[in-house]
Design a protein around this ligand. Structure first.
Ligand SMILES: *Cc1c(COP(=O)(O)O)cnc(C)c1O
Length: 472
């Protein structure tokens, strides 16, 4: 594709995206294609000769769009948001245009230095402890996902606890390591334990309290029992805003336990971390001074395209010791000088995209106040929705509503809630998902799309009421 064709079709693509974003509201949110329908519409083999760009783009509309679930719809209330914004999309395009691979400082100094700088900005924006700033022994890095961040934290913790023996001689040379997380923790913690080869029987899922938050007393009991059995407790994952119900683990109470028993404390705030932009929500993050690592996903609730997961550590040495390798072909003067950061040593893969660019665009476009305004808007909408639920005797709230997720259910039981869920999702008017709390099927209404306005939330509530009316 020559530069003139690129310019021409580039304009077409930007127009396509602008039109899509302007009209996405009118599309059924959840894709309705049955399994295999998209593949059946695709040719069995690739073309021998290149095809016109216009034909490829036309097939995006014709073949693929029917199989798209519209995550950017203002009526998307499922799982968690994966919200985007104009500046983020354009920065992603620029990142693709630059095509930088930022594995080393030397492979593109701007890629590394902007990342370090933006993560320092964000540490200030979220009022994180100073120990996470790049000017200290700690620092931040952009990972692809919260799952990778949790794995990196676990590996750094293992490195610290075993004094490097796990890396050098393997796990067989170390006392059996035990990790702890709430029974409500995200599945990525269990996955990290699995990948690290610790064995699932060495993960303790600590019971939660009535508000689904990890119980410090139960944690302490488990640690003491494991110690007495000759095991080595080494890692605790606390969650600020669990995926299932947005429960807030009490980091301030867990921190001293982790410290006293030598556990690495990782705080996973994948979605809710964005709320720390607002001073009035920072009480949920009290105790972060005890954290060895912290993670949140701008690709969930901070208007930044997937993927972008920000991860900070108090000790970069432990992380780097766990992950660093230096083959001859990567040696260079800047690395040898020790004056630069090589982010390949802070993550699992070697290669890395220029992700800081979209964060920089988003932060500059909105400004800190602009981002706060959006977070407050979403939280206010969720609180208003929760009040409607509370006022309708047919429904009940199933968990506290600290921020932007409302967990609720019809009082008639699981079958009624399943019917409501299925009918609403089939209608295309909105998309929501469920969880199970106290053994009961629970509807989750998660509000966080950039384009979601009060009228979308009010309409969603009207639809819930209609479906409740239609129950026999
Ligand atoms: C969404 C979520 C994750 C997983 O996020 P990925 O970035 O997709 O790995 C982990 N923890 C919590 C609390 C989440 O909400």
């Amino acid at each position: 594709m020559n530069p003139e064709d690129f310019r021409h079709f580039g304009h077409t693509v930007v127009d396509w995206i602008a039109d899509y974003r302007a009209t996405v509201e009118s599309r059924p949110v959840l894709a309705r294609t049955p399994p295999g329908a998209i593949r059946a519409a695709l040719p069995p083999s690739p073309p021998d000769q290149g095809e016109p760009f216009a034909a490829i783009l036309a097939d995006l509309d014709r073949i693929l769009l029917p199989g798209i679930t519209h995550w950017q719809s203002p009526n998307f209330f499922a799982f968690f948001p994966s919200n985007t914004s104009g500046p983020s999309i354009l920065a992603e395009l620029l990142s693709a245009g630059l095509g930088v691979q930022g594995m080393l400082w030397a492979t593109s100094p701007a890629c590394t230095e902007l990342e370090t700088h933006v993560l320092d900005w964000l540490a200030h924006m979220l009022a994180l402890p100073d120990a996470f700033l790049s000017s200290t022994d700690g620092g931040g890095v952009i990972q692809d996902t919260a799952s990778s961040a949790a794995l990196c934290a676990l590996l750094a913790a293992r490195e610290r606890t075993t004094g490097g023996a796990s890396n050098e001689h393997g796990l067989a040379a170390c006392p059996p390591l035990v990790a702890y997380a709430s029974s409500q923790a995200h599945s990525s913690i269990e996955k990290a334990v699995k990948i690290a080869g610790l064995g699932r029987t060495h993960l303790r899922l600590v019971p939660a309290d009535a508000a689904f938050a990890l119980r410090p007393d139960a944690l302490l009991e488990l640690i003491q029992a494991d110690r007495a059995a000759g095991l080595q407790p080494f890692f605790l994952a606390a969650t600020v805003g669990t995926t299932s119900s947005n429960a807030m683990d009490p980091v301030a109470a867990l921190g001293p336990i982790a410290r006293d028993h030598g556990l690495w404390l990782h705080v996973d705030a994948a979605m809710s971390g964005t709320a720390a932009l607002c001073p009035e929500f920072r009480h949920f993050f009290a105790g972060l001074d005890f954290a060895d690592s912290f993670n949140f996903n701008p690709h969930k609730w901070m208007f930044t395209n997937f993927d972008c997961s920000c991860f900070w550590v108090r000790s970069r040495a432990a992380l780097i010791a766990a992950l660093s390798i230096l083959p001859e072909y990567l040696r260079n003067a800047a690395t040898a000088s020790g004056a630069v950061i090589d982010y390949r040593d802070w993550q699992i893969p070697l290669g890395r995209r220029f992700r800081a660019l979209k964060l920089w665009f988003v932060i500059r476009h909105y400004g800190v106040e602009g981002l706060r305004r959006e977070v407050r808007r979403h939280v206010a909408l969720a609180q208003e929705f929760a009040a409607w639920v509370r006022d309708d005797p047919r429904f009940e709230l199933a968990a506290p509503v600290p921020l932007n997720l409302v967990c609720f259910r019809h009082r008639a039981g699981d079958a009624a809630n399943q019917t409501i869920l299925d009918r609403l999702n089939a209608s295309g008017d909105l998309y929501l998902t469920h969880t199970r709390l106290d053994g009961k099927l629970t509807l989750r209404m998660c509000i966080g799309q950039a384009s979601t306005e009060r009228r979308h939330v009010a309409n969603a509530w009207r639809r819930f009421q209609q479906e409740a009316d239609a129950l026999v």
